[in-house]
Ligand binder design. Structure first.
Ligand SMILES: *[C@@H]1O[C@H](CO)[C@@H](O)[C@H](O)[C@H]1NC(C)=O
Ligand SMILES: *[C@@H]1O[C@H](CO)[C@@H](O)[C@H](O)[C@H]1NC(C)=O
Ligand SMILES: *[C@@H]1O[C@H](CO)[C@@H](O)[C@H](O)[C@H]1NC(C)=O
Length: 319
């Protein structure tokens, strides 16, 4: 029989570790901001240094370690961009009224199409990409040889920037895709798809069309089943009868028990985290269990990841 405090600790680890694992394994080696700076360099190289033209889309080359993605550069006078906008920069229709901050005379709009690298640099657990992730970033055009340049702050205060996806995967009936927008600061927002394949944005960043993974497989609960055996062992008393319920599997009674148990578990975990967290940290530290300490330390991270994945949306977009 596991003692109640250790049970809490195990549950806490379980609940904090699973989401952390996925998100933590990618960013250190595949940082999207590092990618932005690599692609800025490669996009700028596409612009001829001798008499570069404005209003011309220059397609660049990507390094071999990014084969499958593409990059382009478009140099514009900010006055003309503001007055006229620019339609048809790949997927992007840029409206008039665009504002860059700080003010520069000419701007280079760098376009990214991440192709099969989309999931690698913009992982979105629980969702499938139906389109590649494409990006639009604005830089000062004054230094064509510049590397690691900071982005300008680009906004569309009047009409939004439209992103028109031509190719994306065909959907099974009844599945509703959503636009996902990533700003340059790690923010993620979901928005409605317009006219079947158009997304909109009011600032620079990256955009893709996604669909909830669970809408492809309508029953989301099986994913959580692996947690149950531990819960059964720790739950002690009533565990035996509930175990039978799971093994019957499809039975209604099993489902109800499972749901009830999950609710109890969630409440239990919250209670553990809320009231016992500091105690657990101390306990674990004194006992010198390195795994536990690491897990509790990481417990800070899922708070941020929670906003990134927005689990609430799962119910919102199920149709
Ligand atoms: C890919 O190659 C380029 C050029 O060799 C290099 O600068 C970059 O760090 C490499 N990695 C990524 C993820 O772009
Ligand atoms: C994307 O495809 C290219 C070949 O077209 C391949 O070299 C590259 O490894 C692929 N990238 C990923 C993340 O699978
Ligand atoms: C959607 O389609 C309608 C009719 O074709 C068009 O008038 C409208 O501008 C489109 N909206 C967007 C955001 O593309």
């Amino acid at each position: 029989m596991i003692s109640f405090p250790s049970f809490c600790l195990i549950l806490t680890i379980l609940f904090t570790k699973i989401p952390t694992f996925k998100s933590q394994s990618s960013p250190p080696s595949f940082s999207s901001r590092f990618l932005d700076s690599v692609l800025q360099d490669y996009a700028f190289r596409a612009i001829p240094t001798h008499r570069p033209k404005t209003g011309v889309i220059y397609d660049g080359n990507v390094p071999s370690n990014l084969t499958g993605s593409s990059v382009s550069a478009l140099r514009l006078r900010t006055g003309s961009l503001r007055k006229r906008g620019f339609n048809g920069y790949k997927e992007f229709d840029i409206p008039k009224g665009i504002i860059e901050n700080p003010y520069v005379e000419r701007v280079i709009l760098v376009y990214h199409n991440l192709g099969n690298w989309s999931e690698v640099y913009y992982p979105l657990p629980g969702f499938l990409y139906l389109s590649p992730v494409v990006g639009l970033l604005a830089y000062n055009a004054v230094d064509l040889m510049g590397k690691g340049l900071p982005e300008l702050d680009l906004r569309a205060p009047e009409d939004p920037i439209l992103i028109k996806f031509e190719t994306f995967r065909v959907l099974p009936d009844g599945v509703s895709p959503v636009c996902v927008f990533f700003d340059l600061f790690g923010g993620v927002a979901f928005e409605q798809v317009l006219n079947g394949s158009v997304c909109s944005a009011v600032t620079q960043g990256h955009v893709g069309i996604v669909v909830e993974e669970s809408s492809a497989a309508p029953v989301p609960s099986p994913a959580r089943v692996p947690e149950e055996p531990i819960a059964g062992g720790g739950g002690g008393g009533g565990g035996g009868r509930r175990n039978k319920g799971w093994w019957v599997g499809g039975s209604v009674a099993g489902g109800v028990l499972l749901a009830a148990l999950l609710v109890v578990l969630v409440l239990w975990v919250r209670w553990c985290r809320g009231t016992k967290r500091i105690e657990k940290m101390k306990d674990a530290a004194e006992r010198g269990v390195p795994l536990a300490v690491a897990a509790v330390g990481r417990a800070e991270v899922p708070v941020a990841m929670g906003t990134r994945t927005k689990p609430i949306l799962e119910t919102e977009y199920v149709s």
